[in-house]
Ligand binder design. Sequence first.
Ligand SMILES: O=C(O)c1cc(=O)[nH]c(=O)n1[C@@H]1O[C@H](COP(=O)(O)O)[C@@H](O)[C@H]1O
Length: 214
Amino acid sequence: MVCQLKELAVQLFDVGAVRLGDIEAKLGRRTPIYFDLRVVVSHPKIMMAIAQQLQILGSGIEYDILCGVPYAALPFAAVMSVNTNIPMIMKRKETKMYATKKILEGVFEKNQNCLVVEDVVTSGGSLLETVNTLRTEGLAVTHAVIVLEREQGGATVLSANGVQVKALFTMTELVKILRDAGRISEKTVEIVSDHIKECQFGMKDNFEQDTTPL
Ligand SMILES: O=C(O)c1cc(=O)[nH]c(=O)n1[C@@H]1O[C@H](COP(=O)(O)O)[C@@H](O)[C@H]1O
């Protein structure tokens, strides 16, 4: 049976996927809450639940192939691929410098629709980098399914670049679920809410953005 979203959020907290404090995030950014989905590889049932929920998010989207953003989302894309029998490709962090010299691993054809899978969107930079690579290699990308949308501007940046983001949770939803489940305090909810308002990102924060007119 598919694990419900609220239950999933609490399970993620209980296995240590939500870190609270003054935490350093990508590019030296500070955050009072950090969602670390890398721990999920150690919890197969939670891995399956996330993959199934992402499949539900993707059910209204037409796609031929899946691609996870390295590294945290690769296992999610792999489980989705196995569950749905839809093939997957993998983007390397860097182009392989010997033998195949590829940036994308796996078999694909030009103009196939690729659904991108990501763990967290903050500024949107990581996801956009992967989308730009996929498009350069000839794939069509219009949608991404993600676990957490931190509501810090990334989804708007991606939308401006032709990618609609569908998330299992927004940060606001996530902290409310955790507060209602007695895992975090109202004070923490307020701190996170203030942080989101104060720490917003836009196009100029994403150096790799695709400026090609759509
Ligand atoms: O650094 C982050 O902003 C971040 C916050 C968080 O709660 N969890 C998290 O995993 N991250 C990392 O930041 C990436 C997303 O940040 P953007 O590239 O700015 O959208 C994710 O792929 C993670 O590597």
